[in-house]
Design a protein around this ligand. Structure first.
Ligand code: AR6
Length: 208
């Protein structure tokens, strides 16, 4: 039967992105996982209970990559809100594997959940740290009554995490929250990462 973690592949659709690239899985009677190509700064689905996840660094005041794009799209209010997040130690607002929430300001999404993935070559246990980043982002979403969350491929840019291993961590973590949120989306910037996520989702979800 369809247990808590069973998933049903519900097909591809032409909605959004560049057409063919949207995959959708039903993780529970009330939860959908969607995988699509796109720019996370443009994403939103709901007026007030949605959030994009920002792959930030421990200082949490902006940077390059998706973090830079998110800060540019959100406007200077986002940096000001991040600045107000208390430091847990000098220069660290969000330790690796943790997550913090702010409003989305000028973004289409109403909230930003900032998380910090591991630097693959420097972290003692990158798999545990990346799992924590996904889990804690989803815990923060749940605590804030957010029902729709979009993730980019955390740590898969500057931080150097291999795509296939990252896909496995990401999809496994989201599966654990199948009963807590309405929709979790992965909004992926490149074909290569989209393909890694699609392969892993088919492997981990379709026949479970
Ligand atoms: N929408 C979706 N994905 C994007 C976008 C976008 N607009 N822009 C980039 N990506 P990275 P990390 C993809 O480097 O590896 C920053 O400087 C990108 O192609 O943004 O966690 C922070 O301040 C890649 O697949 O994040 C930190 O210092 C993925 O997002 C550091 O980089 C993540 O790449 C974090 O490194």
């Amino acid at each position: 039967g369809r247990g808590r973690f069973s998933a049903r592949f519900s097909g591809m659709s032409n909605a959004g992105g560049d057409g063919r690239q949207l995959l959708q899985f039903q993780l529970s009677p009330s939860n959908l996982l969607k995988i699509q190509k796109g720019d996370i700064t443009l994403w939103s689905v709901d007026g007030s209970s949605d959030a994009i996840v920002n792959p930030a660094n421990e200082r949490m005041l902006g940077g390059g990559g998706a973090d830079g794009a998110i800060h540019r799209a959100a406007g200077p209010e986002l940096r000001a809100a991040c600045y107000e997040v208390p430091e847990v130690r000098p220069g660290v607002r969000c330790p690796t594997g943790e997550a913090r929430i702010t409003p989305g300001f000028r973004l289409p999404a109403s909230h930003v959940i900032h998380t910090v993935g591991p630097i693959y070559d420097e972290d003692e246990n990158p798999k545990a740290s990346l799992t924590n980043a996904y889990r804690n982002s989803l815990v923060v979403a749940k605590e804030s009554n957010i029902q729709y969350v979009a993730f980019p491929a955390i740590s898969c840019g500057v931080y150097g995490y291999p795509y296939d291993e990252a896909a496995s961590v990401a999809i496994s973590a989201v599966k654990e929250f199948a009963n807590d949120l309405k929709e979790v989306h992965f909004v992926l910037f490149s074909d290569e990462i989209y393909d890694a996520w699609s392969r892993k989702a088919n492997e981990l979800l379709q026949n479970s």
